[in-house]
Every structure is written in C-alpha cells, then in structure tokens.
Design a protein around this ligand. Structure first.
Ligand SMILES: NC(=O)c1ccc[n+]([C@@H]2O[C@H](COP(=O)([O-])OP(=O)(O)OC[C@H]3O[C@@H](n4cnc5c(N)ncnc54)[C@H](OP(=O)(O)O)[C@@H]3O)[C@@H](O)[C@H]2O)c1
Length: 225
C-alpha cells in the first residue's frame, strides 16, 4: 500500500496489449504500478513509455519481482502461458489479491468458445495458485487497443470471485481505468465472460467493428444484493 492508500499494482505481462493499457491508465490515475515481464529489461523499457500523473509511479521488473513488490497482482498473459506464468509467481502471491484477465483463446480458432476442462480460466488460476491467493477475474471483454487510447471506452467489466470484498476492490480498479465494474458472481461464472470474448471477436469480424464491447442494461441499484 502506498501513502495514498492505493495498492501497489503489479502487472504480470504488463509489456503486452491489455497489461500495458491497464498499467498506463492506473498510473495516470495515481497508482504505483510495477510492470512485469519475463525480461526485466523489457519491462523497464515498457515502464519508460508511460506518463504517470496524480502522484502515480511506474517501474519495470521481472514477473516474479513485480509480484513480490505488489499488493495487488494483475495477470495479463496469453492462455497458453497462464500455467507457466502462475507457477513462476505462486510463491509471491500468497495472501494477495490476484486479478486474472485470461481468456482461454486457442488459436487459430479464436472465434470459437473453447473453455478449459476446469470450466473457466479463472477457476484454473485459483487451482494453480492454491487457496493462499485470492483470485478475482475481470477485464475479459475490454478491447486493449481502445483502452490504450486514453479515450472513453464503451464497455462494462464483469467481475468474478468468491469473496465480495475482493470483487469490490477490482470494481474500484475498473473504475480507476474509466470503466464500470459489476459484481457478477463466482469464479465459475467467469466462463460466461471468457466465452463472450470469442463472440465479440466474431462480431468484430462480421460487422467490421473496432472493439465491440459489453453493456449491462437495467436500473442497477448501487450496493444491492
Ligand atoms: N488484447 C485484448 O484486447 C484483451 C482483452 C481482454 C482480455 N485479454 C486477455 O488478456 C491476456 C493478455 O492479452 P494480450 O493481448 O495483452 O496478450 P499479449 O500482448 O500477446 O501478451 C501479453 C504478455 O504476455 C507475455 N507472454 C507472451 N507470450 C508468452 C509466453 N509464451 N510465455 C510467457 N509469457 C508470454 C509477454 O510478456 P513478456 O514477453 O514481456 O514476458 C506479453 O507482452 C490474454 O489472456 C487475453 O486473452 C486480452
């Protein structure tokens, strides 16, 4: 935790599309962010590309070091590397909140829903990290390149996890990047948002859309349920 009361956010895979866009927005919102990479030098170069504001700060480190320094660890790596990446940081995330953004896309058929045997990538993440870490999954349906522009992004963020308090922390992190986060139930429910990403990719292609997003409609009462 920093003097501002905000958590230090480690972004594992923060050199990539989604992690980089999230890291940029969080450091603009005044968070201290540590970008992680398999290559610490690449992470430092990525950190130098961001312009923190409002008291925020950004640095680069190896994935393991980023997880160690952080109080909240965001995992933004391809599904194919989820297992190896979580194994690398597992010892560093005990007692911490881990925000898993993994969508189980299996190239080349990324427009086809292909969920893992565990049911969802989020359930898989919790199993791989063990119960010492608290996994919440989110950000599955946000187009990274839209987030990277700094412009408003027309998309809600469905937030999944077993603990309401942990989900609420991620709802706040979504708000910090300019998105509405919504409590959406358990990690098993994450399957729906993970699957929806393949559908959004299909819609992007079929309708020549540039980053179709998700909106939940209805008069949602704040804090109800
Ligand atoms: N892109 C989107 O619009 C979007 C939206 C919603 C959700 N997601 C999900 O977010 C996750 C990240 O997506 P992305 O598009 O940001 O991915 P990405 O840019 O392709 O990769 C992110 C980072 O992961 C690391 N990485 C790549 N291949 C790896 C490997 N084989 N082993 C270990 N690390 C590897 C790389 O970091 P280093 O080389 O620096 O280690 C890379 O910069 C995915 O699960 C994706 O489905 C993406």
């Amino acid at each position: 935790m920093t003097a501002t009361g905000k958590p230090v956010i480690g972004v594992i895979g923060g050199t990539g599309h989604l992690g980089g866009a999230l890291a940029g927005r969080w450091c603009q919102a005044g968070y201290r962010v540590v970008i992680g990479s398999r290559d610490a030098e690449r992470a430092r170069a990525a950190a130098a590309a961001h312009a923190p504001a409002n008291g925020g700060a950004v640095s680069g480190a190896s994935n393991r070091e980023a997880a160690r320094e952080a109080t909240v660890v965001v995992v933004a790596v391809p599904f194919a590397s989820q297992e190896a990446t979580l194994a690398e940081i597992r010892d560093e995330v005990a007692g911490k909140l881990v925000v898993d953004t993994t969508v189980p896309l299996v190239p080349p058929k990324v427009m086809r829903v292909q969920l893992p045997p565990e049911g969802s990538a989020a359930v898989r993440a919790q199993a791989l990290l063990g119960e010492a870490a608290t996994v919440v999954s989110a950000f599955h349906n946000v187009a990274a390149h839209r987030l990277a522009t700094g412009e408003p992004v027309d998309c809600d963020v469905l937030v999944f996890g077993e603990k309401r308090e942990a989900r609420e922390r991620v709802v706040e992190l979504a708000h910090a990047v300019g998105l509405r986060g919504l409590h959406a139930g358990s990690l098993a429910n994450s399957a729906a948002a993970e699957a929806l990403t393949s559908i959004l990719i299909f819609i992007n292609k079929h309708y020549s859309a540039d980053g179709a997003g998700l909106r939940i409609t209805g008069d949602l009462k704040s804090g109800a349920g």
